[in-house]
Each structure stands twice: as structure tokens, then as C-alpha cells.
Design a binder for this molecule. Structure first.
Ligand SMILES: NC(=O)C1=CN([C@@H]2O[C@H](COP(=O)(O)OP(=O)(O)OC[C@H]3O[C@@H](n4cnc5c(N)ncnc54)[C@H](O)[C@@H]3O)[C@@H](O)[C@H]2O)C=CC1
Ligand SMILES: O=C(O)C(=O)COP(=O)(O)O
Length: 599
């Protein structure tokens, strides 16, 4: 069964629920609860509930310039207060009178803002992609839904990337400033050609792939690095997906299009610059934080990087005396990637529809957070929810870089009939585990299926109906990822898929199978998996190395096919072992392969 069920997010008042409650989520006054229900209510009914609850039009604060079509749409259903350039204090004062807030990247929606709203703020709409200016945890804690507009500015951002690429290569900005100051410097501004040059696109998502398509039209040879992008999508537009080192060491031009996440923060630093071809040119229309800006200044000064074209900065606006912005080999724009008339109209409509939809009780397909689920609803499923997310995280970390995840099969083994076990939350948590380590998207019950679909990940679910007591909701969950290579060959099952299986024991998640190896480890902290020839002394050898490296081992177990044949040793560690410690483990003769996994 494909993950195609559709759900409504319904805001209700103190009235009895009109239809069956599936997930009841806490929500502040005047909405007393939020429920996820099958699509049983009509739009008219939802409007009725909405109108009854509100009594009056909701108030929406728009704190940054928004396209007219979006504003008009908002005004049809709400009182709209457009107040720009508010200080934090002013925003906090106004917010207690607003049901929704619409922002771009310039408004910091901090915890203070949610606290000041005293529960009235129900939706924050981000008219764009990046939500790094909204405190998502605070929003969720305050029961406030956050929605964005993820598709309408893709082309604008890609076009801006190409504009910066060509302007940089031909010194357009510098030459323009020169001629305007009365000079005529033809030999000073000799540029470089793009045709035949290698462009490495880092982050082959919506914007990255559009940049690649356009660069190919300019005659460039385009390669891309994105550990999670499907290779066939790249092949379809004639782009080869390569490893990160290969991308940065062979490129003449590098264009950045990955999100800012803990994994991509300062991904471009002294070490990565030192591996680049001398004279490389870099474009950044993603987020300033993916580059260590001091390291970029050093790389520009030493000539490793010949030029950089930057639209985004760690601090925006950057300090007036920023060495980077002032550098003669840098051209810069003030975060203009999404600033075209067309994109701003597009994001305005996209965000207005999402905000109004959420206020009317419809489920926003572009929701990036969700209100919290009360403990009583979760109590039975809670340990399985934790297990589901951890299995997703484990499975995706076993995928070798370059082989994108497209097909995930989840198997639930249970003695309960299909109608007595709702797997939506489990599926959402597996999806969260698979997607979150590779993106800045916040995956939850609201947006899990949408996010998986958008990323081309097909999640199918299967039931194994067991005999026995249906008291326990589930016996085990298996997660299988098909058509990928694994960093740890032993994780591949007989069917050729990466396979992990887990159970709940004493309300704690346990990994009970990896590939064809039966194991039994509590899923806490992080894990080292080693495949080895089964022989005495292995636990001692690995334990000694970890002890010497001051890494605390929480448990060790061995699962084997038969005595003295192959075994998989699972080691739980409290701290992340150093590269040196992992190298020493890999050098133990009997160890055939190993992998370190963060849970
Ligand atoms: N300058 C501007 O005005 C604009 C900036 N942006 C920025 O561009 C970024 C990309 O936007 P979209 O393409 O719409 O997002 P997207 O989510 O479609 O694409 C991001 C891609 O980065 C990949 N990725 C994740 N971790 C990676 C890693 N470690 N190395 C390489 N690739 C990695 C993901 O797999 C995904 O394919 C956004 O995060 C946003 O911050 C977007 C629009 C306008
Ligand atoms: O959509 C994004 O991520 C952007 O960076 C665009 O930001 P903006 O809405 O122009 O402030």
C-alpha cells in the first residue's frame, strides 16, 4: 500500500467532535484542540466550524513586503496588518493581537515572540523556503503551526545563481563600478569563459537541479554532489552525481544549493578549500552559514579561490566592514535570490493559501512543524514511535553516498487486525528518521507523506498478521530500503535490500536484526557495527581501543551465522569515537567491515 492517505488538520472549539478522533493535539485558545481526521467533513462544514469559533475575521500580521495577489487573498478572509521593520519589542507587542504572522527571511520569529502571543498566534507563514529565522521548537511548544512556500521561488533562486555565475566570470560588477567612476579599464577586466568548464553543483534539490539545467545550456560540464538525490533524476538532465571530494577537486566553478543543517554548517572550510583546484570560483545562493567566511577570505587571499559571488551571509546584513564583502574578488548581493516580481507573487499566493487553509482547519501540505501530541494518546504507541524513528535513522545512515533513497518498505508484524492498528504516526516517524538527517526539513505527522513524495521517496507498508494476544500493538517493525548500495555490506538482506528490524522490550527500542544477522541491542547513544570472523578475543580488542580513546561503551553484543564463521558485533557508545579510534578498529585483522551510526 503506498503512503497516499490524506488527512485534515481540524481546529475545534469546546463542541463535541463531529467525527472520529484519530490524533488529538493540544492547541491554544480560542482553538481548544486540533484533531487529525479522515476527510469526512465538507469544506462548508469546516468553514462553519471556523466561523463559529472565530466569531470574527482573524487578524494576520504581515511583517515584510508580500506580493499583492497574496495580500488580496488574505484580505478576503482576514484583517491584514502590514507593519514592516518592526523591532523585536514592537513585534512582541503586536503579536498578542494576531492569529497569524507572515514573514520572509528578515524577521526573527524567536521564542520571545511565541511567548508574547499568549497563545493567540496559531500560524506562522514563511513566504519562502528557508525557515532558519523561525524558532520551530518554540512554535511547536506553543502549539503554533509553521508553513512555508517551498516551490514558488525555485526558478528565481536558480536564475540568480546563474546571474552571479556569469557576472562573476566577466567581472560585470567591478567593471560597472569602474566605468561609473570615469575609468575605461579594458585590460583589467578580462574574464574567463564558461563553455567547457566543470561546474560542481552541491545540493541537487529543486534549485540545484534548475541551476544545472541552465549551466548545461551555457555549454558547461555539470557534475553534482548530493548524497540523497536519486541518480536517475541527475542522469535525466545529463548530470553525473559524484562524491564530495571529487566534486570540489575537479570543479572550475562550484555552486552551493544545500540547506543549512548541522551537517552542512561550515562545510566549506580551510580543509575543503585546500582540496580545490587552484583558481576555483564559488557561487553561494544557499545560506551564508554553509561557508566558514573567514576561511573563504583566506582562500581568496591565497588565490585558491579566484572569485566568489555571494547572495547570502552568516549574519544578514553583514557588518559594514566585512572583509569578505569588501574583498575585490567578491561580488555580493543582499539576499536577492527570491526577489523577482514573479517569485514574490508566487510565494505570496502559496503562503497566503497555506495560512488561510490552516486557519480554516485544513491540513497545510507545506507545514514544517506540528503541535505536540498529548501523552495519553501516545502512551501505547510511544515506545514504537521512538523505535520507528530510530530504525529510519539507522537504515538511511547505512546507505552508501551517491545511491539516493527512493523505495522504502515498512513491515509491521502484529497480532492486531489492520483496523486496530493505525500506522500513520509510525510511518511518519520512519519518514522523519530517513529524511531529517539529510535535510533541514522538520518532518512530522502533518508533513511526512508530503515530504517523502516531494523527495521522490515511495514508502510502502505491509502487515504480517501474527497469532497470539492482540494486547501488544506490535511485535516488530522492519524497514527495508531497496535499490541502494550500503556502506556496510552485511546490512543487505537476501532480497538485496538494506534491512533493519526492531522490537520494543521493557518499553525500550531494540535493534533485533540487521541484514540477515540476528542481534539484540538497545537503541540508545550511538552504535558501531563490525562484521568479523567469529573468534575469541574480538570484544576485548575493540573494547581496549575504545577504552584507550576514552569512549564509554554501554554494551556489546555479537550475532553470528554459526560458531567460528561470520559474526556482526554491535557496540553501543556514549561518545563519538575519534577518526583515529575508528581507524584502529578497522585495522584489526579479523574485522572485515565496520560502520559508525548516530542514533
Ligand atoms: N538566496 C535565496 O534567496 C534563496 C535561497 N534558498 C536556499 O537554497 C536552499 C536549497 O533550496 P531548495 O533547492 O528549494 O531545497 P531542496 O530541499 O529542494 O534541496 C536541497 C538539497 O540539498 C541536499 N543536501 C542535503 N544535505 C546535503 C549535503 N550534505 N551535501 C549536499 N547536498 C545536500 C538535499 O538532499 C536536497 O536535495 C534552501 O535551503 C534555501 O536555504 C532558496 C531559495 C531562495
Ligand atoms: O526562500 C528562501 O529560502 C530565501 O532565502 C528567500 O528569502 P527572502 O524571502 O527573499 O527573504
Amino acid at each position: 500500500m503506498a503512503a497516499t492517505s490524506s488527512w485534515n488538520l481540524v481546529f475545534t472549539s469546546n463542541q463535541p467532535s463531529p467525527s472520529s478522533l484519530s490524533w488529538k493535539l493540544s492547541f491554544p485558545s480560542p482553538f481548544t484542540s486540533v484533531q487529525f481526521q479522515r476527510r469526512q467533513t465538507t469544506t462548508a462544514q469546516r468553514f462553519l466550524v471556523f466561523a463559529t469559533m472565530m466569531g470574527a475575521k482573524p487578524t494576520i500580521l504581515v511583517s515584510e513586503k508580500l506580493g499583492d495577489a497574496g495580500l488580496e487573498l488574505l484580505k478576503t478572509f482576514a484583517n491584514v496588518d502590514c507593519s514592516y521593520n518592526l523591532s523585536l519589542e514592537e513585534l512582541c507587542t503586536k503579536i498578542s493581537l494576531c492569529d497569524a504572522l507572515i514573514v520572509r527571511s528578515g524577521t526573527k520569529v524567536t521564542r520571545e515572540v511565541f511567548e508574547s502571543s499568549s497563545g493567540r498566534l496559531k500560524v506562522v507563514g514563511r513566504a519562502g523556503v528557508g525557515i532558519d529565522n523561525v524558532d520551530l521548537s518554540a512554535a511547536t511548544e506553543h502549539g503554533c503551526l509553521v508553513v512555508n512556500a517551498p516551490t514558488a521561488n525555485t526558478i528565481a533562486a536558480a536564475e540568480h545563481g546563474i546571474a552571479l555565475l556569469t557576472a562573476m566570470a566577466r567581472n560585470i560588477a567591478q567593471a560597472d563600478a569602474s566605468i561609473k567612476s570615469g575609468k575605461w579599464e579594458r585590460s583589467k577586466y578580462i574574464g574567463v569563459s564558461l563553455v567547457g568548464k566543470i561546474l560542481a553543483v552541491i545540493g541537487f534539490g529543486k534549485v540545484g537541479s534548475e541551476v544545472a539545467r541552465r549551466a548545461k545550456g551555457l555549454g558547461m560540464n555539470v557534475i553534482a554532489h548530493d548524497p540523497y538525490a536519486p541518480a536517475d533524476r541527475a542522469h535525466a538532465i545529463g548530470v553525473e552525481l559524484v562524491r564530495f571530494e571529487e566534486a570540489i577537486s575537479s570543479a572550475d566553478f562550484i555552486s552551493l544549493h544545500m540547506p543549512l543543517t548541522p551537517a552542512t554548517s561550515k562545510m566549506f572550510n580551510d580543509e575543503t578549500f585546500s582540496k580545490m583546484k587552484k583558481g576555483v570560483r564559488i557561487v553561494n545562493v544557499a545560506r551564508g552559514g554553509v561557508i566558514d567566511e573567514d576561511a573563504l577570505v583566506r582562500a581568496l587571499d591565497s588565490g585558491i579561490v579566484a572569485q566568489a559571488a555571494l547572495d547570502v551571509f552568516t549574519e544578514e546584513p553583514p557588518p559594514r566592514d566585512s572583509k569578505l564583502v569588501q574583498h575585490e574578488s567578491v561580488i555580493a548581493t543582499p539576499h536577492l535570490g527570491a526577489s523577482t516580481t514573479e517569485a514574490q507573487e508566487g510565494v505570496a499566493i502559496e503562503v497566503a493559501e497555506a495560512v488561510l487553509g490552516a486557519l480554516k482547519g485544513e491540513l497545510a501540505a507545506t507545514a514544517v512543524n506540528a503541535p505536540m501530541v498529548p501523552a495519553e494518546v501516545l502512551s501505547e504507541l510511544a515506545p514504537f514511535v521512538v523505535l520507528a524513528e530510530k530504525l529510519g535513522r539507522l537504515a538511511v545512515q547505512l546507505v552508501a553516498g551517491g545511491s539516493g533513497v527512493q523505495s522504502v518498505k515498512v513491515t509491521y508484524a502484529s497480532a492486531r487486525g489492520p483496523d486496530d492498528l493505525d500506522t500513520r504516526l509510525l510511518r511518519a516517524m520512519i519518514t522523519k528518521g530517513i529524511i531529517e538527517p539529510t535535510s533541514n526539513v522538520f518532518v512530522n505527522l502533518v508533513n511526512a507523506d508530503f515530504t517523502a513524495k516531494q523527495r521522490g521517496i515511495r514508502i510502502t507498508e505491509e502487515r504480517i498478521v501474527l497469532d497470539g494476544s492482540p494486547e501488544k500493538p506490535l511485535e516488530f517493525i522492519q524497514v527495508q530500503i531497496a535499490n541502494v548500495e550500503s556502506k556496510f555490506a552485511s546490512a543487505i538482506s537476501e532480497s538485496g535490500d538494506i534491512k533493519v528490524e526492531g522490537r520494543v522490550k521493557d518499553r525500550k527500542p531494540h535493534l533485533t536484526m540487521i541484514g540477515s544477522f540476528g542481534v539484540d541491542v538497545s537503541l540508545e547513544g550511538s552504535l558501531i557495527l563490525c562484521r568479523q570472523v567469529d573468534q575469541p578475543g574480538m570484544i576485548g580488542k575493540v573494547g581496549t581501543i575504545l577504552g584507550e580513546e576514552n569512549v564509554n561503551v554501554s554494551f556489546m553484543t555479537v550475532g553470528r551465522i554459526a560458531p567460528r564463521k561470520q559474526a556482526v558485533m554491535t557496540i553501543g557508545v556514549d561518545e563519538e569515537p575519534s577518526k583515529e579510534a575508528l581507524k584502529r578498529i578497522g585495522e584489526i585483522t579479523a574485522i572485515e567491515e565496520f560502520v559508525f551510526l548516530k542514533l
